[in-house]
Ligand binder design. Structure first.
Ligand code: CDP
Ligand code: MG
Length: 735
């Protein structure tokens, strides 16, 4: 692995040199000042003893949103005022002066790479410029403009913003499309969508004939789907000279995009960035969550006005941080001014997400606690302070074992600099890095590894096969995936029955590709037909897709919440428990509240289920029910997830194929039970490899659903007794 990393390092060297020649202001600052900032000295409970460790006189940053500068014109109606001020904001964006040049460049070139600082207006403005452009209007074809986003949240919020700027109703002229949610109509001419959705559109429209412009936005994120889009779009651009392709990126890696797209010109939008002072800790932080909380409070008490942005790795951490902050603020009461604490992460319901964009009332301070969604995809006005613990959650994939897991890892230097940059959008800002300057220099990677090189490719391989692309080895990848990952994906699809021994798509494979879910989940749904339990399996699939956010577990009511959860436990395992929750749930918020179930997640599960049910017709699966009987349901799950089998043996659970040690997640209904054979939905690495969402199975089922994959011998039971419990410790470790 080391030598591979070295190779990667070499490849990136030329980029690094480039960057070294023109260090961003934040990097420069960090070198110059290398200040120390110690958080541990502070006692959050007693603001009296807090000392400002930041030197220099506090500048009074005046951050009044331009939305509210219209009050002196009483003759205008509220709506008109808002519209006018929105137009002013539009004209004040860094991209605005380049409008004509940009349009000219787009006219002159088929493919254009557009580089600009986050917040300069690429995502919201470029499509509007095109729509307002005379030439575009003259062409009169009413073909669509499509703009991809790696994240659902960004697609939704940006579409909402642009609809507002254009004074149209969201879903009419401007809409968005994300998995399981289509907010577009016949009238839609500007469509924001996730990169995964555009990829799926190739299935129904291989040349994207209804689009005149495709904007691949946030290209620097290098998500798997974006990378695949690069190859496909480059290909169709050759035989569709009328199609305009814009590749938009933050100021990262643009040379590489240009190079990939046959030296397409790069249009640079000069940034408008204020200097950001970088502070490091003296020593590594043992508990970065606590350090975040203390830092926020310290900023709140000692620093001039300005909102705070905190980067954490995921929903659980973010919720914990928000709760801690709120609790401490409550304790401090009127000793401090108002602190508005707002979370933002992908699974957060959209009405909650929208709150982060509300301007902060005078006298208060807003703290947004975010995943790296706020690194480049979302721009929140008014941020002056950034707190960066230096971690992110990353998918990692072991191509030997086929195990995919989410791991909290140090973020890259490029990420850290993006994060710091968020503090300098409206005025000079400060970024507090909760790690040492040494760690920044020596422990962090220069840039992140593209997702395509660290993920399971099953999904995209199935998709590419359905598009008739058979030779995947020679597909035009910007960075090719590791050979073994590709081979494993083919093997897995073969084992699932989606490909035949020649690597060609089977009828089953074609049906699987129709569903916008992972191959294993697809297979599970298709297998439910055979086991006459498709009604139940659709529910299970929908509940699994809302991703661990069904049960509400507030810190101050952990016991009540856990008891409520226990009430749903039925034999068989977590999938059956989820089904039970869904079946029992009324449509009332009251019911959800009383049972510690997240109402919004349930609502979303219902939406997802409706969508999936709507697709059953297309893949010719007849709806049938087994009246909740658990064996057929578990067999259908096994038919999709037989790869994810673990067996109880000495020392705990081991995966069957690769003898990897794995643990039942303490939140599982089977945590105490320890059945001999289990199937897990996913692995999550926190303190160790935990299996999340597990069901009990019988080994014989494996031979029934995957005779070509499992051999009788592998499934022989050597042990005769149940293993002693060894998991109490795991629960402690998780807290
Ligand atoms: O794509 P890029 O990062 O270059 O910028 P953008 O997303 O087009 O954002 C331009 C401006 O629109 C931001 O600075 C925000 O002021 C505003 N915006 C907003 O208020 N609400 C959103 N949901 C998105 C953008
Ligand atoms: Mg953008």
């Amino acid at each position: 692995k080391k030598s591979k990393d070295r190779d990667k390092g070499k490849k990136r060297k030329h980029l690094r040199q480039k960057r070294d020649e023109s260090p961003s202001s934040s990097e420069e600052d960090s070198k110059k000042r290398s200040l120390c900032y110690s958080f541990n000295l502070l006692d959050a409970a007693d603001p009296q003893i807090w000392i400002s460790s930041c030197d220099g006189p506090p500048s009074n940053n005046n951050i009044v949103s331009s939305y509210f500068l219209q009050e002196s014109e009483p003759e205008l109606s509220q709506a008109e005022k808002q519209k006018q001020s929105l137009q002013e904001v539009r004209r004040s964006l860094p991209i605005f002066p380049y409008r004509q040049d940009l349009l000219a460049a787009i006219r002159d070139h088929q493919i254009l790479v557009i580089e600009g600082e986050t917040g300069s207006g690429k995502t919201t403005q470029i499509p509007q410029y095109l729509l307002e452009d005379v030439q575009y209007k003259l062409s009169g074809t009413r073909m669509k403009i499509g703009c991809t986003q790696p994240r659902r949240v960004a697609a939704m919020s940006v579409a909402a913003r642009v609809a507002q700027e254009m004074s149209v109703k969201l879903g009419n002229e401007v809409g968005y499309s994300i998995r399981f949610e289509d907010c577009t109509s016949e009238r839609t001419i500007l469509k924001y969508m996730t990169d995964g959705m555009l990829l799926r559109e190739f299935l129904t429209e291989p040349d994207l004939a209804s689009y005149s412009v495709i904007i691949i936005d946030e290209a620097h994120e290098r998500t798997l789907h974006t990378d695949i889009l690069f190859g496909l779009i480059k290909d169709i651009a050759r035989f569709r000279p009328d199609l305009k392709v814009l590749v938009a990126s933050a100021t990262l890696d643009t040379e590489r995009f240009s190079c990939f797209f046959d030296d397409a010109p790069v249009f640079r939008i000069p940034g408008r960035r204020f200097p950001v002072d970088i502070y490091y800790t003296k020593a590594p932080e043992a508990d970065y969550l606590e350090a975040c909380v203390v830092s926020v409070l310290q900023i709140h008490v000692t620093q001039p006005a300005g909102d705070v942005l905190v980067f954490l790795t995921g929903q659980e951490e973010i919720e914990a941080c928000c709760e801690l902050l709120q609790e401490r603020c409550r304790r401090l009461g009127s000793k401090i001014s108002e602190l508005i604490v707002l979370p933002i992460y992908a699974n957060l319901p959209s009405d909650m997400q929208a709150k982060i964009f509300n301007p902060t009332p005078p006298g208060a301070r807003k703290v947004v606690v975010a995943t790296n969604i706020a690194e480049t995809s979302l721009t929140i006005d008014g941020i002056i302070y950034v707190i960066d613990p230096g971690f992110c959650k990353q998918k990692s994939y072991n191509a030997r074992t086929g195990m995919e897991s989410l791991i909290v890892t140090p973020c890259s230097r490029a990420s850290a600099n993006q994060r710091a940059g968020r503090a300098g959008r409206v005025a000079a800002g400060k970024c507090f890095r909760l790690y040492t300057a040494w760690a920044f220099k020596h422990e962090m990677e220069e840039t992140s590894i593209p997702e395509i090189q660290r993920t399971n490719l099953g999904n995209v391989v199935l998709l590419l096969k359905s598009l008739g692309i058979n030779d995947l080895i020679h597909f035009d990848f910007m960075d090719p995936p590791p050979h073994e990952t590709l081979v494993l994906a083919l093997e897995q699809l073969y084992a699932l029955g989606a490909l035949n021994h020649l690597g060609e798509l089977t009828k089953l494979g074609r049906r699987m590709a129709e569903l916008p879910v992972d191959p294993m989940l697809s297979k599970m749904i298709l297998a439910s037909e055979h086991y006459k339990c498709s009604e139940e399996i659709l529910t299970v699939a929908a509940m699994l897709s809302v991703n661990n956010s069904i049960f509400y577990r507030p810190k101050d009511k952990v016991v009540h919440a856990d008891n409520a959860r226990m009430n749903f436990v039925v034999p068989g395992g977590d999938h059956i428990v989820l089904l039970n929750v869904y079946t029992q749930s009324g449509y009332s918020t009251q019911w959800c509240f009383e049972n510690f179930i997240q109402f919004r997640s349930m609502k979303r599960a219902r939406d997802v289920r409706d969508q999936l049910e709507g697709l059953m017709d297309r893949i010719e699966v007849e709806l049938s029910s087994c009246s909740g009987e658990s064996v057929p349901i578990r067999k259908a799950v096994t038919a999709g997830y037989f790869y994810h089998t673990a067996r109880l043996s000495k020392g705990g659970y081991k995966t069957v194929k690769h003898q990897q040690t794995v643990f039942v997640h303490p939140n599982s209904s089977l945590f105490e039970e320890q059945p001999r054979w289990m199937i897990y939905h996913e692995l999550v690495f926190t303190t160790k490899e935990f299996m999340r969402q597990v069901i009990e199975i019988e080994s014989g089922w494996l031979l029934e659903v995957a005779p070509h994959y499992y051999k009788n011998k592998e499934l022989e039971d050597s042990s005769s007794k149940k293993m002693p419990r060894k998991q109490g410790k795991a629960r402690e470790e998780l807290g």
